[in-house]
Design a protein around this ligand. Structure first.
Ligand SMILES: Nc1ncnc2c1ncn2[C@@H]1O[C@H](COP(=O)(O)OP(=O)(O)O)[C@@H](O)[C@H]1O
Ligand SMILES: CC(=O)N[C@@H](CCC(=O)OP(=O)(O)O)C(=O)O
Length: 257
């Protein structure tokens, strides 16, 4: 039987909400056994960019990343957000290490080809090095992964944090029984965006396609669900989308083929 591991993704709204972030970090720290934290920080990047006079533009839940924006996201995700999370986990007794995809060459990507939209310096993941991650994990270290990847030619690329979480979970599934939890500021995937309690407990790919077609699922929920289904079909055992203060696997939306 494979050893269990939990991959938790924390989104940008929670990073900005001190009470929720603090609870999430303490619940994450209390998870027994192997674990990995993947963080976003989109809202912080938008705020810092705005202070620098750089406007943010999102298409289908992904950020258009020109050269100036790439500098902002590299600073915000790779520095500010990542290092603060690592320090706070250390304070909780978790021996965390912060990683971008360039660190120990853990996530390679290529610049997303221009089709209908030119996303700029946005990376589509080619591979996550599960073996290197496992070396750290087996040494008792908890990786904290930023939403940045690299192309092997010296370029950092911006990659959606939900994609980092799903790709990391997939790479770990070779060695571990993986639970992937997308934690965010809502109770789960909602059937009525105006009703915070309308959580869909179980969602299939067919349901998802229906919800996209009728406009129930939009914006940042699109990459989250696309990545959730990608993970479940690639051997991740459990995928859960839930409130950041309810990461015990008994709340929110579960994903099934
Ligand atoms: N059906 C839905 N249920 C829940 N959230 C939805 C839904 N459709 C769109 N959303 C939006 O998706 C957002 C989550 O995506 P995003 O902001 O990218 O989160 P994160 O930063 O945590 O990845 C929610 O805040 C909500 O506004
Ligand atoms: C390409 C792309 O969209 N990258 C994301 C990475 C951060 C992210 O995903 O943060 P959240 O989880 O907080 O949304 C962005 O820059 O917004």
């Amino acid at each position: 039987m494979k050893e269990k591991i939990t991959v938790v993704k924390v989104g940008g709204a929670v990073v900005e909400d001190e009470a929720r972030l603090s609870r999430l970090l303490s619940d994450f720290s209390a998870i027994e056994g192997r674990k990995v934290l993947v963080h976003g920080g989109g809202r912080r990047a938008t705020a810092v960019a705005s202070r620098l006079g750089i406007e943010s533009k999102m298409v289908n839940g992904r950020r258009i990343t020109d050269r100036d924006m790439l500098e902002v996201v590299t600073m915000v995700y790779g520095g500010l957000v990542n290092k603060n999370l690592v320090a706070r986990l250390q304070a909780n007794g978790v021996d965390a290490i912060g990683l971008t995809g360039a660190d120990i060459d853990v996530i390679r990507s290529h610049k997303r080809p221009v089709k209908d939209v030119d996303y700029g310096f946005v990376g589509d993941v080619d591979r996550v090095d599960g073996h290197k991650l496992r070396t750290l994990i087996e040494a008792g270290i908890t990786p904290v992964m930023a939403p940045l990847t690299h192309d092997g030619n010296g370029n950092i690329l911006n990659t959606n944090a939900d994609t980092i979480a799903a790709e990391t979970a997939k790479a770990l599934a070779e060695h571990y029984d993986v639970t992937l939890i997308f934690s965010f500021e809502k109770k789960g995937v909602l059937s009525n965006p105006d009703d915070e309690d309308s959580v869909i407990p179980l969602i299939t790919r067919a349901d998802f396609e229906r919800y996209v077609a009728d406009g129930t699922v939009v914006g940042g929920m699109l990459p989250k669900l696309e990545n959730a289904f990608e993970a479940i079909s690639a051997g991740v055992s459990r995928v859960n989308i839930t409130l950041a203060t309810a990461i015990d696997g008994r709340h929110g939306t579960m994903i099934t083929e």
